[in-house]
Design a protein around this ligand. Structure first.
Ligand SMILES: [Zn+2]
Ligand SMILES: [Zn+2]
Length: 154
């Protein structure tokens, strides 16, 4: 399993392996020491049960997707189709828009799910079966605040 631990101080992403033996890592950006407690299930890539960074047990699943990439495809498509529209080639303009939306859909559909910790936003990628539910804004609000109070960020 690949883990992207999230530094609580500066939000830097720190990649660690599920088989990491160290009991702490140091943030390369701000120097904060982050204690790690990697559970047996994570070490064996069987499940994401307890977050190694914050010890939380609440996770959500989402597509492993950078929203900026999808948006870029749509914007470029819209720009090109705008040019054709300007010259009165409506049909071509609409086809390009549709194609851009389709590319977005195909890219999105092929993406794998990853699991994210509600509290510290660490990300988990691996072959383990995905059991986490979809993102819930209310849960995120409650758990993030609880975590930020605990680490003294608020
Ligand atoms: Zn940091
Ligand atoms: Zn966490």
């Amino acid at each position: 399993m690949h883990i992207l631990a999230r530094c609580a101080t500066c939000d830097a992403g720190l990649p660690i392996g599920g088989d990491e033996r160290a009991d702490a890592i140091t943030c390369g950006r701000c120097g904060r020491t982050i204690p790690l407690h990697i559970s047996e299930a994570i070490r064996l890539d069987r499940a994401v049960d307890i977050c190694p960074v914050c010890q939380g047990a609440d996770f959500y699943g989402r597509k492993d997707f950078d929203p900026k990439v999808g948006l870029t495809v749509v914007i470029i498509g819209a720009l090109i189709s705008g040019v054709f529209y300007w010259y009165g080639r409506d049909l071509i303009a609409y086809s390009i828009l549709a194609a851009a939306a389709l590319i977005d859909l195909v890219v999105y559909g092929r993406l794998k799910d990853l699991t994210v910790c509600y509290r510290c936003h660490s990300e988990f990628r691996g072959t383990y079966p995905r059991t986490a539910a979809a993102f819930d804004l209310h849960t995120a609000d409650v758990l993030e605040q609880e975590y930020e109070r605990r680490i003294g960020r608020r």
